[in-house]
Design a protein around this ligand. Structure first.
Ligand code: B3K
Ligand code: ZN
Length: 885
C-alpha cells in the first residue's frame, strides 16, 4: 500500500544510472514461514558519469533488512539510511561489493509480484518492478548484470529447483534439504530474473538449432497436468524454427524451460531461459481446452519465446519504452500465428479485438500514447495501447518499407543493439538506416494518443476519365494532448470496376499504371489522390488488411458493401464490407428500438449472408467470421452515447431473424460439420478449427429458433462431443437459451465431471458470468461461494467477475446500478489482496463517458466510493483518480 502521495514519473526526467552491477550472486533459503535472500552485488561507478561519488540508492520494498556490508565490512545503523522504498549508503571507491541479507514472506504474498507461492510451489514475477520485493537492487531495466543463483529448500517438498541459465552444481544439505546453483551467462536486467521450487514433473524434448546446437526443452507442471503439455511443446518447437527462418534468430542457451503455475497475474513471463506461465497459457488438450485456448497457448508460447531476442537480448532502457519489446513481439507473434493458421482469419480477429478494446481505451480517461510520457504505476501501462496498437505501429513500418526492408531493419536492430537496453528511437533508427528512409513524422504514432479518423470522399470526372479520393485525417484530443499533428497513414487500396474486376492503378503524373493494389502514404491533414484512365466511376476498396489503426469512413451504400463482400480481392476487406453492412443495419434497428417502433431487419443482410453460406468454395472459418455480427462491445465503441438495452435488443433481434431466414442452410452446414466432428479425431489444426467454428456459430443461430430438433442436436453435442470446443459451445448456447431445465442439468453435469480441473471450471464460471439472462448478478454472487472459486486466484476473478463486468454489458450496466456497486465492492477487496488485478477490473467503470447521464452518475459515484475507501494501492489510485479527473 502507498504511504506517501503517489508521484508521477516522467520520461523527460530519465537519467542514466549512477552505478552498474557487473555481477549478482543470490542465495535463497526457502522455508514455510519465511525466506532469506542473500545478495552479493559487484558494483562500479557508471563510466558515463563523472564527479564525486553520489549516494547509492538501492530499491527495496517490504524487505526486512538483516545485514548489510560494504566491501566485506558489516555496516552499523548509522552507516546507511532505510526507507519504505530504498536502502541508501555512501560508497567510498568507484568499485565495491555490497552484501545484503533480507527476510521476506512469499507464503503470504497475495499480490503475486516478487517471490510468492502458487499452491505448494515457489515462483517469481519480477517485471516490471517486482525484483525490489526480493532484495535491495538497482531495479531498472538499463542496469544489466550477470546472475548466479543458489536455491536451498526442503528436498521432499521441493525436489525441483530452477533459475535462469544453466545448472552448474547441486547437492544435499543437512535437515532434509538440498540446494542447486544456476548460472546465467547473459547479462540481464533484474526484471528477467526467475526462480521456481516445487514438486514438478516435466515433459522433455529437444530442438536442434540452425547451427546444429542441441537445446533441451522442458515444460514443468504439477503431476496431474503432465498429459496436457504436448501442444505447448509442439508450439515451442514451431516458434524456434519460425524465428530462425523469419527473423534469423537462433536460441542461445543449452536449455529452455517453461513452468506452469496456477496463480499468475497475466498470461506469461519471458524470464531468460525460464519462462513462467499461467497454467491457462500452457495446458491444452482436446478434452479440456477449446480451439481458442489451443490457439492462445500457441500464440503465448511463441510470444514469450520471441522475447528472447525482442526483449531479452535487446531490452528496454526504461519502462516508457515498453512497447519497444511488447509491440514488436506482439507483431512477431501475430505473424507467426498467421503463418501457422489462416492469415486472413488471424487479421480479422486481431482487428476486431483492437477496434473493440484498444479504440475504447484510446477514447477513455486512461488514453496514452504507445510510448507514454508519464505514469504513477507502471503495472497500469501493460495496456492494449502499448501491446496491440504498438504492434500495429510496427506493422505499418513493415507496410511502408516492405517485407524485405523490414527484415533488413530488424537484422540491423538486433546486430547493432545486442546486449543493450535501448529506446523506441533506436528501433526506428535501425529501420531508417537499413532502408534509407526517413520516419520522423511517422514517429508521431509513438507520441500522440487517440485513434485518428480518416474521412474519405470521392469524385469522378467522366471528361478527364479521372477519379479523385480525398482523405481528411483528424485525431481527437486525449488527456494532456489537445492538439494533434497529422500522422503518416499508410492506406492500401484498390479500385473495382462494375464487374468487380481489379483495376490497374495509375496516379495522375505517373508514366504507367502500377499494380491493382497499392499502398499510399497519407501525410497531410487533407490530401487527394487522383487516379486516371478510368472509363467509369470505380468502387474503392480502402484500407485493405486494415493497413492503419484508424477509424475510416466512406459513404458506401448497402448495395456497394454487398458488392464488395463478393468481389473484393482482399479477404480482410470482404469481411469488413460485411461488418459495415451489419453495422448500418444494426444501427437502424437500434434507432427503431429507441423510438419504440417495431423492429424491421433490412433483408439485404439476409441475402448477403445467404450468398456467403451458399458458396461452397469459401473457407469455413471465413464463413463463420462473416456470420458473426459485430459484438455489443464494438457497437458500444462506435456509439456517441451507448444505449446498452437498445444495442442488445437490436443485435438479438437481428440474430433471431437471420437464424430463422437461413435456418435450412445453417442446419445443413451444422449437420454436415457435426457429422465430420463425430467421425474424425480432434486435431488442433487450422482446417479443424475452421470446421468447428462454422459448426458452432451455426448452432448458436439455430438454437434461437427454439425448435425441438435443434435442442436435441445441441444436447447430443454437449453430451457426446470428444472435445471442449464443441462441448463448451453447446453449454454456452444452452446457458443463453430459454430451456431452463436443460440448462440447469447441463451446468450441473459439467461441474460434476470437471470439478477437479480448475481451468475447465474457469470456463464454467465464465459462461455463467457472461450470460445475458436476467438474474445473472445473483448467480455471480452465488458462484463466488462455490468451493472452486477464490478471489486469491486471478484466473477465477477474471473468469467470473471479469466476464460479468467486461463481457456482459446488459447486466453490468443495469440501470439500478447493481452491477457497478458489485464491481466496486470487489475492487475494494482486491485492492488489498492483489492491486494489479483490482486495477485491471476497474477498466469497465472507467468508460463512464460512453453512457447516458443516469449511468454516468452511478458509475462515477462508485469510482468516488473506491477513492474514499481507504488506503489505495498506487495501481488502483492511478486509474480511479485519472478516471475522475
Ligand atoms: N512481459 C510480460 C508482462 C509483464 C507484466 C507485468 N505487470 C508478459 C509479456 O508481455 O510477455
Ligand atoms: Zn510480451
Amino acid at each position: 500500500m502507498r504511504t506517501e502521495q503517489p508521484k508521477m514519473i516522467y520520461l523527460k526526467d530519465y537519467q542514466v544510472p549512477d552505478y552498474l552491477i557487473d555481477e549478482t550472486h543470490l542465495t535463497f533459503e526457502l522455508f514455510e514461514d519465511h525466506s532469506l535472500v542473500h545478495a552479493q552485488l559487484v558494483m562500479r561507478r557508471n563510466p558515463l558519469c563523472s564527479g564525486a561519488l553520489p549516494v547509492l540508492q538501492l530499491d527495496g520494498q517490504q524487505l526486512e533488512l538483516l545485514s548489510v556490508a560494504l566491501d566485506g565490512q558489516t555496516l552499523g545503523e548509522g552507516d546507511y539510511q532505510l526507507s519504505d522504498s530504498h536502502l541508501s549508503l555512501q560508497p567510498t571507491a568507484s568499485s565495491f561489493v555490497i552484501d545484503t541479507s533480507v527476510r521476506i514472506h512469499p507464503e503470504s504474498n497475495t499480490a503475486l509480484e516478487g517471490l510468492y507461492k502458487s499452491g505448494s510451489m515457489f515462483c517469481t514475477q519480477c517485471e516490471a518492478e517486482g525484483f525490489r520485493k526480493i532484495t535491495y537492487y538497482l531495479d531498472r531495466p538499463d542496469v544489466m548484470s550477470r546472475f548466479t543463483t543458489t536455491l536451498s529448500a526442503e528436498q521432499h517438498r521441493y525436489p525441483v529447483l530452477l533459475s535462469n541459465g544453466n545448472p552448474i552444481a547441486s547437492g544435499p544439505e543437512d535437515g532434509g534439504r538440498h540446494w542447486a546453483t544456476w548460472e546465467d551467462p547473459f547479462m540481464k536486467p533484474a526484471y528477467l530474473f526467475a526462480l521456481v521450487a516445487g514438486d514438478l514433473w516435466c515433459v522433455e524434448d529437444s530442438f536442434t538449432t540452425v547451427s546444429q546446437r542441441e537445446v533441451a526443452l522442458r515444460i514443468y507442471v504439477e503431476p496431474e497436468n503432465i498429459d496436457k503439455c504436448q501442444h505447448a511443446m509442439d508450439s515451442l518447437k514451431k516458434s524456434m524454427k519460425w524465428d530462425e527462418e523469419a527473423y534469423g534468430r537462433e536460441y542461445d542457451l543449452d536449455i529452455f524451460m517453461i513452468v506452469a503455475v496456477n496463480d499468475f497475474n497475466m498470461g506469461a513471463m519471458e524470464n531468460k531461459g525460464l519462462n513462467i506461465f499461467n497454467s491457462s497459457a500452457v495446458l491444452a488438450k482436446a478434452e479440456t481446452a477449446t480451439d481458442a485456448a489451443h490457439q492462445r497457448v500457441e500464440a503465448i508460447v511463441a510470444h514469450e519465446y520471441f522475447h528472447n531476442w525482442s526483449g531479452n537480448r535487446v531490452t528496454c532502457r526504461d519502462w516508457f519504452q515498453l512497447s519497444l519489446k511488447e509491440g514488436f513481439t506482439v507483431f512477431r507473434d501475430s505473424q507467426f500465428s498467421a503463418d501457422m493458421n489462416s492469415a486472413t482469419v488471424k487479421r480479422i480477429e486481431d482487428v476486431a479485438y483492437l477496434r473493440t478494446h484498444q479504440f475504447a481505451e484510446d477514447a477513455g480517461p486512461m488514453a496514452h500514447s504507445v510510448r507514454p510520457e508519464g505514469f504513477i504505476e507502471i503495472s497500469n501501462f501493460y495496456t492494449l495501447t502499448v501491446y496491440e496498437k504498438g504492434a500495429e505501429v510496427v506493422r505499418m513500418i513493415q507496410t511502408l518499407v516492405g517485407a524485405e526492408g523490414f527484415r533488413k531493419g530488424s537484422d540491423l536492430y538486433f546486430e547493432r543493439h545486442d546486449g543493450q537496453a535501448v529506446t523506441v528511437d533506436d528501433f526506428v533508427k535501425a529501420m531508417e538506416d537499413a532502408n534509407g528512409v526517413e520516419l520522423s513524422q511517422f514517429k508521431r504514432w509513438y507520441s500522440q494518443a487517440g485513434t485518428p479518423r480518416l474521412a474519405v470522399s470521392e469524385a469522378y470526372d467522366a471528361a478527364t476519365r479521372s477519379y479523385r479520393l480525398t482523405f481528411r485525417q483528424s485525431c481527437p484530443a486525449t488527456p494532456g494532448q489537445s492538439e494533434k499533428l497529422p500522422f503518416v497513414i499508410p492506406v492500401e487500396l484498390g479500385l473495382l470496376d462494375a464487374e468487380g474486376r481489379a483495376l490497374a492503378l495509375r496516379l495522375e503524373g505517373e508514366a504507367q499504371a502500377g499494380a491493382t493494389t497499392r499502398v499510399f502514404s497519407i501525410t497531410e491533414a487533407e490530401q487527394t489522390l487522383t487516379f486516371v484512365d478510368l472509363d467509369a466511376q470505380p468502387l474503392p476498396s480502402l484500407l485493405r488488411g486494415f493497413s492503419a489503426p484508424v477509424k475510416l469512413s466512406f459513404p458506401y451504400s448497402r448495395d456497394q458493401l454487398m458488392f464488395l463482400m463478393q468481389h473484393d480481392s482482399d479477404g480482410f476487406n470482404r469481411w469488413e464490407a460485411g461488418q459495415q453492412l451489419a453495422v448500418q443495419v444494426l444501427q437502424e434497428l437500434i434507432g427503431q428500438h429507441q423510438r419504440g417502433e417495431a423492429l424491421v431487419l433490412d433483408t439485404r443482410l439476409v441475402s448477403a449472408l445467404r450468398t456467403v453460406l451458399e458458396n461452397p468454395a469459401l473457407d469455413p472459418a471465413m464463413v463463420a467470421e462473416m456470420l458473426s455480427l459485430p459484438g455489443e462491445g464494438y457497437l458500444t465503441e462506435i456509439s456517441e452515447v451507448a444505449d446498452v438495452d437498445a444495442i442488445h435488443a437490436a443485435r438479438e433481434f437481428a440474430r433471431q431473424q437471420l437464424g430463422e431466414a437461413l435456418h435450412d442452410l445453417l442446419w445443413q452446414r451444422y449437420q454436415a460439420n457435426r457429422e465430420q466432428s463425430r467421425s474424425t479425431a480432434y486435431m488442433a489444426e487450422a482446417t479443424h478449427f475452421a470446421r468447428r467454428s462454422l459448426q458452432n456459430i451455426a448452432l448458436s443461430y439455430l438454437m434461437l429458433s427454439g425448435k425441438p430438433d435443434v435442442l436435441a442436436a445441441c444436447l447430443e453435442q454437449f453430451e457426446h462431443a470428444d472435445n471442449m470446443t464443441e462441448r463448451m459451445t453447446a453449454l454456452a448456447v444452452l446457458v443463453n437459451s430459454p430451456f431452463a431445465v436443460e440448462k440447469a442439468a447441463a451446468l450441473a453435469s459439467f461441474a460434476e465431471h470437471f470439478k477437479d480441473n480448475p481451468l475447465v471450471m474457469d470456463q464454467w464460471f465464465s459462461v455463467q458470468g457472461a450470460s445475458a439472462s436476467h438474474g445473472t448478478l445473483a448467480t455471480v454472487h452465488a458462484l463466488m461461494e462455490h468451493p472452486a472459486f477464490t478471489l486469491k486466484n486471478p484466473n477465477k476473478v477474471r473468469a467470473l467477475i471479469g466476464a460479468f463486468a467486461g463481457q456482459n454489458p446488459l447486466n453490468f450496466h443495469r440501470i439500478d446500478g447493481s452491477g457497478y456497486r458489485f464491481l466496486a465492492d470487489q475492487v475494494i477487496i482486491l485492492n488489498a489482496l492483489n492491486p494489479q488485478i483490482a486495477s485491471r477490473l476497474l477498466g469497465s467503470l472507467t468508460r463512464w463517458g460512453k453512457y447516458d447521464s443516469t449511468r454516468q452518475a452511478l458509475m462515477t459515484a462508485e469510482l468516488e466510493r473506491i477513492l474514499a475507501s481507504g488506503e489505495l494501492s498506487s495501481d488502483v489510485y492511478e486509474v480511479v483518480s485519472k478516471s475522475l479527473a
